[in-house]
Design a binder for this molecule. Sequence first.
Ligand code: NOJ
Length: 688
Amino acid sequence: MRIWTKLAALVIGIGAPLHAETLTLASPDGRITVTVSDDGGLATYAVSYEGEGVIAPSRLGMLFAEHHGFERDLAITGSARAAKDTTWEQPWGERRLVRDQHNELAVTFAATTGPARQITVRFRAFDSGIGFRYELAEQAALQGDIAIVEELTQFGVGEQTTMWYTPSDEFNRYEYVTRSGPAGKVDDAHTPATFRNPAGIHFAIHEAALVDYSSMSLGSLRAGNFEARLRNWSGGPKVKTKAPFKSPWRTIQVARDAIGLINSDIILNLNEPNKLGDVSWVEPGKYIGIWWAMHIKDRSWGRDGIHGATTAETKSYIDFAAEHGFSGVLVEGWNIGWDGDWFNNGDLFRFTEPMPDFDLEELGRYAQSKGVRLIGHHETSANIANYESQMEAAFDLYQSVGVRAVKTGYVADAGDVVRVDDKGLRRYEWHDSQFMVGHHLRVVEAAAKRQIAINAHEPVKDTGLRRTYPNWMTREGARGMEFNAWGTPPNPPSHEPMLAFTRMLAGPMDFTPGIFDLRPNERPPVRADIPRGDPSNRPQTTLAKQLALYVVLYSPLQMAADLPENYEARMDAFQFIKDVEADWEESIALAGEVGEYVAIARQGRKSKEWFLGAVSDEKARDLSLPLSFLEPGKQYRAQIYRDGADADWDTNPYAIVIEEKLVAGGDTFAVRLASSGGVAVRFIPVGE
Ligand code: NOJ
């Protein structure tokens, strides 16, 4: 082996070190191993799980426009090891206490030709995966502005490895039905991308702590071998930076079973601790809103006779929220700019000017008098220049009327984000570019100054920055419920059990569950000249599955998305939405397979009651779930909302059985999920 590596180094040529160095790092439980090498003058890493390959030896490195980079002729010149085992507390989240247990290896590669320069790659191995990032210290060869033109990180996943992903280079940003197939046939993919290799090992590639850098997608280099692709600035490089800098962490979660990917905290653990100090003003909760009415054409955002955001309509939503225990009411279409083609008229939005029929001050006061808060809305149509020029005043205004959370929106095709440069020229950027990564943090910081939380739609993907900025609570970044009003096609039955193993690995999602009228486009139109959408656009789920989504798809701001009148018609099922919490003491994925089904249990942070949600794809299935999360032997009243015996998303979606049973911790809970069905359960301890 030694002789072979020496020979290889000689064959590869001048500048390659004579003695290849190989370093290894193991996870605390010893199952995951990372191997780092400078064999042949190339910086590489490989990952294995219980001795089986997960990532084949793959390149590391970086190229710059005007400086010598790190591509070949590299030698390991130093390494340092560390280990950590601490537990930290989240102000809100899927679990209150998060254990950060990892081993670390920082490897320094120096160039053996050209100007003297070095780069460190810091690896951390956790029991549920690994992370690594580049760290560039200030040094003589890397002075001044640095333009990254290529990150050379590769991921050799294998041609035959099954991959679940959304495409990264198409117009609709992250909003695609998840695709699957052999990795060798995939051209480009957003992360998180999820994989199962022929040995049955599951893994997911993503990134953590995306700050002042372009977002990473996966581009096929050769079949089964992806490279990290960064987004270009318009007319510029991929990343503009200066030494010293640190790249985001590249993460590879690894587990034997699919649910191991969900039961992992490495994305959060690789982010910096809370920078905002006291964040007791960041309030998880459930909300309703003047929202679905627009998507199903009951109401409109603009002034065409059916404007939704009127003072009277908002008051009636506030009354409903107060009566049923919701903490927020989202109102879209409240400000000037929505008339006409708002998708393409981002210049027109005024974020401090309400429509004449919307009394913002009065509604802020009215809401608070009822123990409710308005949730603000800033649709920008991705015109960042227009938004940033008004943003500070806009948050001031919302703060003055008691708003504690704002939903932002960046509707525009991918690559059509408007930036005005320092010469006053209009430039078009990507939603996942370094520019937008910076913009989102500017918004989050401006909002934090006014004790306001952010829920971003058409966002950049989540990389765990909620740990550092706990007011960045949730976001969209995948196909949400709205696709069931007008999407072509609507979300398929596999969509939610797919999201659980893909998009949700990144962090919370404002999916907006809870549609009770499952054929919304079959309602008579509110006006003859405003036809409903295509009736085949409808949630392809049973009613019980809509309830289960409150447990399965985590969001600390969780919407009950349907019209109040549709809840009033089904108060029995609505009771679960009233009871379920949006903030958790603990969360455990119990069972599931990617895109087929998933069962998750969560314990409420306030009530300490456990909730269970399980959802299926189009296949009906019997589940036997261990109630191992309950206290052993202790009795609970299980309030169960399950599919009726003849339920089926297509032909009989409303068949639901709502029943109460006594169960004990450690029992097995057997339940049948219908085709695209689900089950939602609340466990109330007996005698407390
Ligand atoms: C797209 C968002 O996802 C949706 O929730 C919102 O209603 C519209 N944009 C309008 O802002």
